[in-house]
Ligand binder design. Structure first.
Ligand code: SAH
Length: 372
């Protein structure tokens, strides 16, 4: 038969979105559902899953492990904080670390994780490594959830070019029954339950072959506290840390103070600007003044959806404008950043010019008047 003709009529399976993206999205959905704080990706390769996960706001610790340092290093810079992260520090803390090592070895840096992901990893393990893998991941690391994905060999006949395995580095590819029996036995041994699913649907009429990528989601049956795990498992460090990034966070006092000072000055400036323009509009006419007072009130209401309802009003005295701290504190963003009025006072002490009794932010408008 003509070769071109043959090629043309071979079924072509193309996934949209591509299968690797579907696998990563599966993990992201799981993170959004269970909200783990600490996530480790084993066999993280070029860190693309880690990069996607750094945007999940529940995660505070992200770690990657791979036996190939070079593949990790290729794109590890994408895990570093960006200038915008420093300009607007996040409320959560985030540390990202990459380790060079093997899943066949235990290292204490892998303790205390809530979720461990092993995406297309196990089929790359030598027989001896695969034997040690369950004890390292389920016995030693013992996270609440483990996700393992691996190719489903029953799907392979649908790929025209796959001869034995989908990738030259694969040491094996399992059928659904083989994966499920390994997963069920591992779960039984280490006190986990397992649910099977997958990504990459088979074509209509061929549902029996199952998903192209088979996935097992393991849930630890008994609760375990992070501290007891670490103290009971003394082990020597064997992995080499090749990357570490600590993201700026408002949990860090220095970033919180900067954010509060900027927000207080910004809020006070807006109130002052509004106050001055209303004063100019109203002149000395008492009727107009009362209208002005009303508009300052409604301005505050609509701008800030104030948290504290009753507060002192801003006022002008001579060349000084006073914006009460209680007014500033009633603005939601300042309120959320500081939590308490006392904390607000403490954080801006010595950093913002205040009235002599410390109750208001003070601006001198002498030079502003000259400019006008
Ligand atoms: N998880 C990635 C890619 C998986 S490819 C993704 O979702 O796209 C398999 C990766 O496992 C490779 O980067 C390989 O270097 C790594 N690997 C193979 N054997 C390993 C071992 N024993 N320990 C840790 N990583 C290993």
């Amino acid at each position: 038969m003509d070769k071109n003709f043959q090629e043309e009529f071979k079924p072509v399976i193309k996934f949209e979105p591509p299968l690797y993206k579907q696998r990563h999205q599966f993990v992201k959905d799981l993170v959004e559902k269970y909200k783990p704080k600490k996530v480790a990706d084993l066999g993280c390769a070029d860190c693309s899953l880690l990069w996607m996960l750094k945007f999940c706001s529940c995660i505070e610790v992200l770690a990657g492990l791979d036996i190939c340092a070079n593949v990790m290093k290729e794109k590890m810079h994408t895990l570093s904080p960006l200038p915008v992260d420093y300009l607007q520090p996040s409320e959560r803390s985030l540390t990202v670390t990459l380790h060079h090592g093997s899943v066949a070895h235990k290292d204490p840096c892998m303790l205390g994780f809530d979720l461990v992901t092993c995406i297309e990893l196990i089929e790359h393990l030598e027989e001896s490594e695969l034997k040690k893998f369950p004890e390292v991941v389920f016995g030693f690391m013992a996270p609440s959830i483990v996700v393992i994905s691996t190719p489903n060999s029953e799907f392979n006949p649908l790929f025209p070019r796959v001869m034995l395995y989908r990738h030259p580095d694969h040491k094996f590819e399992w059928s659904q029954a083989q994966f499920q029996s390994w997963a069920l036995e591992t779960a039984r041994c280490y006190g986990y339950s397992v649910e099977f699913t997958g990504v990459g649907h088979p074509p209509t009429g061929m549902e029996k072959v199952g998903f192209c990528t088979q996935i097992g989601v393991f849930f630890r049956k008994s609760p375990q506290t992070g501290e007891s795990v670490q103290s009971e498992k003394p082990t020597e460090a064997v992995y080499k840390t090749v990357f570490k990034a600590v993201y700026p966070s408002l949990k860090d006092g220095k970033y919180l103070q900067n954010a509060v000072i900027s927000e207080v000055i910004f809020t006070a400036q807006i109130i002052k600007h509004r106050l001055m323009s209303k004063r100019e509009e109203s002149g000395d006419d008492p009727e107009r003044k009362s209208k002005f007072q009303h508009s300052v009130d409604s301005f505050s209401d609509c701008l800030g959806k104030l948290v504290v309802e009753k507060h002192m009003e801003p006022f002008v005295s001579g060349n000084e404008v006073y914006i009460p701290l209680s007014t500033i504190f009633s603005f939601p963003k300042v309120n959320r950043l500081c939590g308490t009025f006392e904390k607000l006072c403490k954080l801006i002490a010595g950093k913002v010019t205040l009235s002599s009794d410390g109750s208001a932010v003070m601006f001198n408008i002498e030079h502003e008047n000259e400019e006008n």
